[in-house]
Ligand binder design. Sequence first.
Ligand SMILES: Cc1cc2nc3c(=O)[nH]c(=O)nc-3n(C[C@H](O)[C@H](O)[C@H](O)COP(=O)(O)OP(=O)(O)OC[C@H]3O[C@@H](n4cnc5c(N)ncnc54)[C@H](O)[C@@H]3O)c2cc1C
Length: 258
Amino acid sequence: MKIFVLVKEVPDTYGDRKLNLETGLAERSAGDVVLDEITERALEVALSYADKNPDAEVVALSMAPESSTASVRRALAIGAASAVHIADEQLAGADLGLTAEVLAAAIRRGGADLVITGNLSTDGSGGVIPAMLAEHLGFAQATALSAVEISADSISGTRAADAGAQPVSAQLPAVISVTEALPDARFPNFKGIMAAKKKPLEVLSLADLDASADPAAAPRTIMTAIAEKPPRAAGVKITDEGDAGNQLVEYLVQNRLV
Ligand SMILES: Cc1cc2nc3c(=O)[nH]c(=O)nc-3n(C[C@H](O)[C@H](O)[C@H](O)COP(=O)(O)OP(=O)(O)OC[C@H]3O[C@@H](n4cnc5c(N)ncnc54)[C@H](O)[C@@H]3O)c2cc1C
């Protein structure tokens, strides 16, 4: 079974995240970057299956700037057998639609039985790439899974719904996305880091893919406005002189918080 896991480098949520006020794009070099934790969890789901099924091949796939090689290598150090990195200047600032089209073309080229992704990235937070991919590939989709069972020809799992847990299952080929309820990824050890240097890492450009996507065409997503986040205003301090409860209620009502 060939499993593609989508991995994505994102600005570290513990650091300052900045937007370029002219382009509206994230300043990806403004601070530290990390492999998105949710994509590491997706990788762990694939590796846990591969541990018990030696015929399973796990490929990490990323569409990211050239500078993201270290993050792609981290996926190899964690345990992916090989990686595909789509790096092309024409894709800088790609929107959700273009991203899904290009990722789907790379998956089609590699031939996958199963695609595993995070449910939502911590930078764009679009949360729709997995569904878009399934549509492009003509695969079944089971998104936002908090538990996953993979077998030779199907997947099953649980999706948290408002009123409880929804059991879902699908025949392969399928695209699944996982939530933070799934376990953390294993930590890359020294042996894994050394092995990662020798594992295949294929770097592709848009021209290598059979993608009809044309980044130069009119943008599909149009940004209408962008502004710096206003500085945080000082909070209101309530000193209890016997009427703190009332003051609190007034504050909540005035600010339409109840
Ligand atoms: C070189 C480059 C630069 C970009 N710069 C910006 C920018 O500055 N500002 C901006 O707003 N957008 C930028 N984008 C687009 C953005 O990063 C997202 O890839 C895209 O919009 C998908 O949105 P999302 O991650 O919110 O999707 P979601 O649907 O939230 O992602 C769900 C899951 O899909 C997978 N996934 C998503 N994107 C990728 C990817 N690119 N590669 C591999 N797996 C992925 C991950 O597993 C993720 O957990 C850039 C894209 C590229 C390729």
